[in-house]
Design a protein around this ligand. Structure first.
Ligand code: SAH
Length: 215
């Protein structure tokens, strides 16, 4: 039996997002619109809207829907921004950001996953304003900087300096920082030349690799 995906998605939005305090209507609409089942491996499709991370191969995982929604909400996007998505994985998070911003650059370090993300985005018709690149996102992607939003989906030992440098003004950066097991989701807000930083929640992401990641 084929699951009723739109109702499963609706239930996820109500029970996992609204109930836990996601309020931005644009984020709720994007989460209601994007078919997560098209971004997860075939064998875990039935779990697409479960409240848990899912394995996407190569030892990597896609965050639970709530974390994707929270990170998107913390960027406070209005639709005019250029956003950098570090750790593109399956392309799901990039697809959500694509609904919320003008343009998204999604950078993924594992070539096979970058190809997969590109295929997922084009098959679903969600790739028009999303560019997938393969490379080390711990160094950002200077070619399209500055970014009004930067979202990092892998845990960093510290906030990579190149990401700070490529953050615009105004700009918001969301990144899990900590050790390999426990991290805090940090939010860096730059406005009128002043940069503030705060913690949003505790979390657990796969490690950020590359030059400014874990070796
Ligand atoms: N946001 C993704 C899931 C992210 S999992 C989704 O929606 O599916 C974290 C991803 O970060 C993994 O795919 C991993 O390969 C990637 N990654 C780790 N270090 C990276 C780096 N330095 N640059 C780019 N991608 C990186």
């Amino acid at each position: 039996m084929i699951p009723d995906w739109p109702s499963e998605r609706q239930r996820m939005v109500d029970r996992q997002l609204r109930k836990r305090g996601i309020r931005d209507p644009r984020v709720l609409d994007a989460m209601q619109a994007i078919p997560r089942e098209e971004f997860v491996p075939h064998e875990c499709r039935v779990s697409s809207y479960q409240d848990e991370p899912l394995q996407i191969g190569y030892g990597q995982s896609i965050s639970q829907p709530y974390m994707t929604a929270l990170m998107a909400e913390l960027l406070e996007l209005t639709g005019s921004e250029t956003v950098l998505d570090v750790g593109g994985g399956s392309g799901y998070h990039a697809a959500v950001l694509g609904q919320l911003a003008a343009r998204v650059i999604s950078i993924e370090i594992i070539p096979a996953l970058a190809r997969q993300a590109e295929q997922n985005l084009s098959r679903t018709g969600l790739g028009a304003n999303v560019t997938v690149v393969c490379g080390d996102g711990s160094q950002g992607w200077p070619a399209a900087a500055p970014y009004q939003g930067i979202s990092v989906a892998a845990a960093a030992p510290d906030i990579p300096e190149p990401l700070r440098a490529q953050l615009g003004d105004p700009g918001r950066l969301v990144i899990p920082v900590g050790d390999r097991f426990d991290q805090e989701l940090r939010v860096i807000v730059r406005l009128d030349g002043v940069t503030h930083e705060r913690g949003a929640t505790f979390c657990r992401f796969v490690p950020l690799r590359g030059d400014r990641g874990w070796r």
